[in-house]
Design a protein. Structure first.
Length: 436
């Protein structure tokens, strides 16, 4: 009797036989590729962080559940939003795209398991320690720092093995990881010493020198490429001189963090500093907005997923413009009038929008799904924009306190709907039956 031949790849054959929605979710599937593991942990930490921050806002507004605080919740929020889930998303992207950039063999996801778990568990301990005790918070920071160092070493090993001519973007990312490690180490030391002002400097240093730097480098490398592949009339050139200008703008912001900590914004020379700093921020914002249009912002609006990437980059320019205007409008008062508004235009607006768009694109592409933003993702993206506007409005003088709570709640709902959907995909085999 003739028998049907047994498939060579039984896992792939099973994947081809079952519709995508009926494939079982398995924890072990997260080890099939680096992006699966890193993104899954990042999403779990993102959802935990968002839920915790909503709880803090409820506690502030209603006094329920009466949370104890061993450390400032504002510092806790800033630290985990900067050093928590973002480096995990970076790891998922860099250990997927990085080996292709560098022409080297990729790492197996299992090699990233320990350092990524260290970071995830570390930041969950940090959140608990904010309420339960300084020792637990410090232990969490130490674990997160160890994991970040480990991931940075793994990426630099890939970089040093590479022989390709163009390694500028990868080297810049490697430097950013180094700055992230130094900033997180400074945060650990500052929290241990009770130097809360220095702790804030450490967080802002990590934001500009690590998170924003990585996003700028990746955007410069990938945004023109994505656009030119989908919109042929768009200019696919990412001029290196513009990359240097963006790096200079980030260096200026990093310098400003330290100068303000040293007291330069106080006294007679403080207003002179505010004037020049504001003008330079407006100039940097204008250049970034110009680049957004050169890279095909208008053309991209016909393609949802591409539009999300471009609008996220647009927020980067707008955040600089808002920061510059905040400096100039605050000259009479001697302090910026919308400092936190500009900061959240950067973090929620630019980094949040780019995160949502880039991670969606990577997960769709590597799960065998179409590279499109369906109605759910598109709607969530615009709800995110509403959350950003609410948070900027909450930074206005005499704004009602509930605006910040509303922004936090809307952020949490958007991230929950988006994150749970992606988690359901990451633990299943690819829809097209291919490995990975």
């Amino acid at each position: 009797m003739n028998r049907r031949p047994r498939p060579v790849w039984p896992v792939v054959a099973a994947a081809q036989a079952d519709p995508p929605g009926q494939r079982p979710w398995r924890l072990r599937h997260l080890l099939l590729a680096p992006h699966r593991l890193a993104f899954a942990l990042a999403l779990l930490l993102l959802l935990s962080t968002a839920a915790w921050w909503v709880l803090v806002q409820v506690d502030r507004l209603a006094g329920v559940p009466g949370l104890p605080y061993a450390l400032s919740p504002a510092l806790g929020h800033a630290a985990v939003m900067t050093f928590g889930f973002m480096p995990l998303f970076f790891s998922g992207f860099l250990f997927t795209a990085g080996p292709k950039w560098l022409g080297v063999a990729p790492l197996q996801a299992a090699a990233l398991l320990a350092p990524l778990l260290l970071q995830t568990v570390g930041w969950l301990l940090w959140l608990l320690g904010l309420h339960l005790g300084l020792g637990l918070a410090l232990a969490g920071l130490a674990a997160a720092l160890s994991g970040l160092v480990w991931v940075g070493v793994l990426f630099w090993r890939l970089l040093l093995r590479s022989t390709v001519a163009d390694r500028l973007h990868a080297k810049a990312v490697g430097v950013a990881f180094g700055l992230g490690v130094l900033s997180l180490a400074l945060l650990l030391a500052a929290v241990f010493a009770g130097a809360h002002g220095l702790a804030r400097v450490a967080v802002l240093s990590g934001l500009w020198g690590f998170c924003v730097l990585v996003f700028v480098v990746v955007a410069h490398r990938m945004l023109p490429f994505f656009t030119s592949s989908a919109v042929p009339m768009a200019n696919n050139l990412g001029p290196f001189w513009m990359l240097w200008i963006m790096w200079a703008a980030l260096a200026l912001e990093l310098l400003a963090v330290w100068l303000q900590w040293a007291g330069w914004h106080i006294g007679a020379h403080g207003r002179v500093w505010m004037l020049w700093f504001g003008l330079l921020q407006l100039a940097a914002g204008s250049m970034i907005l110009w680049l957004a249009f050169v890279w095909g912002l208008v053309q991209s609006l016909r393609i949802r997923l591409l539009a999300m990437l471009h609008l996220g980059f647009l927020w980067l320019g707008l955040s600089f413009m808002l920061a510059g205007a905040s400096q100039l409008l605050g000259l009479r008062l001697g302090t910026p009038v919308l400092g936190l508004g500009a900061l959240h235009a950067l973090t929620m607006g630019a980094l949040g929008s780019l995160m949502l768009a880039m991670v969606t694109r990577v997960v769709c592409g590597h799960s065998g799904r179409a590279l499109v933003a369906d109605n759910l993702v598109w709607g969530l993206f615009w709800l995110l924009q509403v959350a950003v506007l609410l948070r900027i409005a909450a930074a206005l003088p005499q704004a009602p306190f509930w605006l910040m709570g509303a922004a936090a709640l809307l952020w949490a709902l958007v991230m929950a709907a988006w994150g749970l959907r992606l988690l359901s995909w990451l633990g299943r085999l690819r829809a097209d039956g291919r490995p990975g």
